[in-house]
Design a protein around this ligand. Structure first.
Ligand code: PLP
Length: 480
């Protein structure tokens, strides 16, 4: 049953960071390690924060500073840091069989068990799993599956995939092409995959002026139908979307949006791909985001929460509509990875899912801690910097504005060149709170184990960091 205390047995005892020579590590880091999505030169000037330890919802840096990890690492640490039983499961599997592939008409026990487990916990249309090493590779796999499906169906011209601006579907060429991040597209000129088009995102703050959220949800879904008619339905293969856009800034669609997207996909026979890399495994208080929004996708990408990030693993749940065609038509599906169905990763995933089930963490977020976070986070709406503070399960975002107005759409934003989100993020990190900035929208996605008391601590910390940000912005003359 739910308890307000983190189970002490399930979590390793003491959190004492190992001794690390911070400056030496920072120097080597700057000299040799090219970080993801980072200006290497600029980082070398300040030095990276060296993270050395994790326990529950907290991490420690090499200087002994404790940070409350409001981002679950990178949206993945669902069961919290320091789970000895996951380490044990991986260790045992490494000793028994650290690796084998599934190319030579061979298989391994953890991969089979995990596939069956994923089928058990996912919606009924899913009976097959394709494993990859990451979410990006999962979306590469989707691209191949969709094209293969329509080829086998005798419609090779049905090859356009519709995605959304500001979507994040990973960082391989296919992932970035499917995604709608302009900064990524700008750097892959000439290599972006053709026949992928983008429509607007269901972001009420940006596009909903003069409408209720419900009205705007229908308008935003209508952009899909408009695009389909413009391209010709006979050319459109699939629509891909994150149930809640994560990296794009925790963009929570109005309740009317997804049912209308489903209706449109059904009407034109278009495949629906739900990228569940963030929403899967309990983030929204349901096992998958598709269940939260009541949609029935044909493909679901997963990664991150499937292992709570303890080891890399990703993949695709393949719905019957596609799987049956691929299997019935016979012939090889010429795709796969060395690490597809990696036994150690699958063993870790099985233990992670066992924990999620045994501790009823998904139900806890749905019934107890998610509603509590919603209530506490909404209290931040009274802060002078905040135009809107909103949550969906255990994902939340708030917008920083220069001046509040009578309504959301009358608030005055900061200049984007002032980088107010990054200033705020600095105050958060500086005061022990990891909150990410996407433009001037501040976001969190805390571990699903976060308790009521820890939510109180987290929201109080966020408020005091907003106060520090406000004072800083006034000092800089960015606001009155
Ligand atoms: C993180 C993410 C990916 C990419 O996963 P990687 O494991 O980093 O390749 C894809 N889709 C979504 C929605 C994500 O958040």
């Amino acid at each position: 049953m739910y308890s307000n205390k983190t189970d002490p047995i399930a979590i390793v005892a003491a959190a004492r960071p190992a001794a690390v020579d911070t400056q030496a590590i920072q120097k080597l880091d700057a000299a040799h390690y090219m970080h993801a999505f980072t200006d290497t030169k600029a980082l070398a000037g300040v030095g990276a924060r060296v993270i050395v330890k994790g326990q529950g919802i907290y991490i420690w840096d090499s200087e002994g500073k404790r940070l409350l990890d409001g981002m679950s690492g990178l949206w993945c640490m669902n069961v919290g840091y320091g789970r000895k039983s996951i380490a044990d499961a991986a260790y045992a599997q490494m000793q028994e069989l650290p690796y084998y592939n599934s190319f030579f008409q061979t298989t391994n026990v953890p991969a089979v068990k995990l596939a069956a487990k994923l089928v058990e916990i996912s919606p009924p249309q899913f009976n097959h799993v394709f494993f990859t090493g990451s979410g990006s590779e999962g979306n590469d796999t989707n691209l191949r599956l969709v094209r293969r499906y329509w080829d086998l169906m005798g419609f090779p011209d049905r090859n356009i995939i519709i995605s959304r601006e500001n979507a994040y579907h990973g960082s391989t060429i296919a992932g970035a092409s499917l995604g709608g991040m302009s900064g990524m597209h700008d750097q892959q000129v000439g290599v972006t995959i053709p026949n992928i088009v983008h429509i607007g995102q269901p972001y009420y703050v940006e596009g909903g002026k003069g409408m209720t959220p419900e009205e705007f949800g229908l308008v935003a879904a209508g952009w899909l139908e408009k695009k389909i008619l413009e391209l010709g339905a006979e050319k459109v293969a699939a629509f891909i979307g994150e149930p809640v856009q994560g990296a794009g800034g925790v963009i929570i669609p109005p309740s009317t949006y997804w049912p209308e997207i489903q209706r449109i996909c059904d009407k034109y026979g278009i495949l629906l791909i739900a990228d569940e890399v963030i929403c899967g495994f309990g983030r929204l208080g349901t096992w998958f985001g598709s269940e939260y929004f009541g949609i029935k996708p044909d493909l679901m990408t997963f990664a991150k929460g499937v292992t709570s990030g303890y080891v890399p693993l990703g993949g695709v749940l393949v719905g019957d509509r596609i799987a049956n065609v691929l299997i019935e038509s016979g012939g090889d599906f010429n795709h796969g990875f060395t690490y597809s169905g990696h036994p150690v990763a699958c063993a870790a995933a099985l233990e992670n899912i066992r924990i999620l089930q045994e501790e009823k963490l998904v139900e806890q977020v749905h019934n107890v801690t998610g509603p509590y976070l919603k209530k506490k986070f909404a209290e931040l709406n009274d802060h002078p910097l905040v135009s809107i503070a909103e949550t969906c399960g255990f994902a939340a975002g708030l917008n920083l504005v220069k001046k509040k107005g009578a309504t959301l759409h009358e608030c005055v934003p900061f200049e984007s060149s002032q980088d107010v989100g990054m200033i705020c993020r600095g105050h958060m990190f500086g005061n022990g709170m990891i909150m990410r900035a996407v433009g001037d929208r501040m976001i969190i996605a805390p571990p699903l184990v976060t308790t009521i008391a820890e939510i109180d601590e987290m929201v109080a910390l966020i408020r005091s960091c907003l106060d520090a940000t406000l004072a800083d912005l006034q000092k800089r003359g960015y606001m009155a």
